[in-house]
Design a protein around this ligand. Structure first.
Ligand SMILES: NC(=O)c1ccc[n+]([C@@H]2O[C@H](COP(=O)([O-])OP(=O)(O)OC[C@H]3O[C@@H](n4cnc5c(N)ncnc54)[C@H](OP(=O)(O)O)[C@@H]3O)[C@@H](O)[C@H]2O)c1
Length: 238
């Protein structure tokens, strides 16, 4: 099984890589923009890595040259809220920049990666896109971008279904122990996020990784075009 995980050196992506690593025959390739972080994670997990900015078409095309001809699993995990750490800036141009940047960081990274590498998916394979609970909570440009990921994924499920390929979104709630908050998560905000869950705990990257592995298993072959929420009940569905 060949598995590509974008943004796989830290947080949720790294946990997904570790989970797939337990499959004995899996070849796992993680990507990201930072060589040192990737190298350390790849060494720790004994997997492959490649430096690639998934917002850059040329870098994705170069990555494609180094990847196996067949891919069984593509996990589009690279992303994040580009608003964190930017500070507040005034003016319409900054509004435009923030919306475009979050769209590029969370939608186009996945769309471009799939455009280049989707044709390599084997029959029965799977695409897993990482969304966010922010899509449900009115979270501005970041939440809107993650909502777009779910909408795009429905089209993927339609176009790939005849080949037995599934496409789904895993939508995490608050997940601790990642680089997502860029050190800006206050103790008070964390308490609020935990108390919004029904089980009164932080989410962990492993909570997401377990579902990713299941979605790539034969038992999940009839699950496609879905957004699957993993948030301790902070956001509930019918
Ligand atoms: N943590 C949460 O509470 C939470 C909740 C909902 C959704 N999510 C989503 O979960 C996903 C993983 O986030 P995380 O929480 O694990 O945070 P993280 O530790 O910051 O992981 C994001 C990873 O993506 C990489 N990355 C970002 N932009 C990239 C790009 N253009 N090209 C290649 N790699 C890129 C980062 O590495 P480099 O910077 O080195 O490239 C990093 O390794 C994200 O899509 C995020 O939006 C997180």
């Amino acid at each position: 099984m060949n598995v590509l995980i974008t943004g796989g050196a830290t947080g949720i992506g790294k946990a997904i890589a570790r989970e797939f690593r337990r499959e004995r025959d899996a070849r796992i390739i993680i990507t990201g923009r930072t060589d040192a972080t990737l190298r350390a994670a790849a060494e720790e997990l004994d997997i492959d890595f490649a430096v690639c900015d998934h917002a850059d078409p040329a870098q994705i095309s170069a990555l494609a040259q180094t990847l196996p001809g067949d891919l069984d699993v593509i996990v589009n995990n690279a992303g994040g809220n580009i608003g964190f750490g930017r500070g507040t800036r005034a003016g319409l141009e900054s509004v435009r920049d923030e919306w475009l940047d979050n769209y590029i960081a969370n939608v186009l990274t996945a769309v471009l990666t799939f455009a280049e590498l989707g044709p390599r998916l084997t029959n029965g394979g799977t695409v897993i896109n990482i969304g966010s609970i922010a899509a449900e909570s009115g979270a501005g440009s970041y939440g809107s971008a993650k909502a777009a990921v779910s909408s795009w994924t429905i089209g993927l499920a339609k176009s790939l279904g005849q080949r037995g390929i599934t496409a789904n979104v895993i939508s995490p709630g608050f997940i601790a122990d990642t680089e997502f908050f860029k050190g800006q998560l206050t103790a008070e905000r964390e308490r609020d996020l935990i108390s919004a869950t029904q089980n009164n705990r932080r989410g962990s990257p492993d909570d997401i990784a377990a579902l990713a592995l299941f979605l790539a298993s034969p038992g999940a072959a009839h699950i496609t075009g879905q957004t699957l929420h993993v948030n301790g009940g902070t956001f509930t569905t019918r």
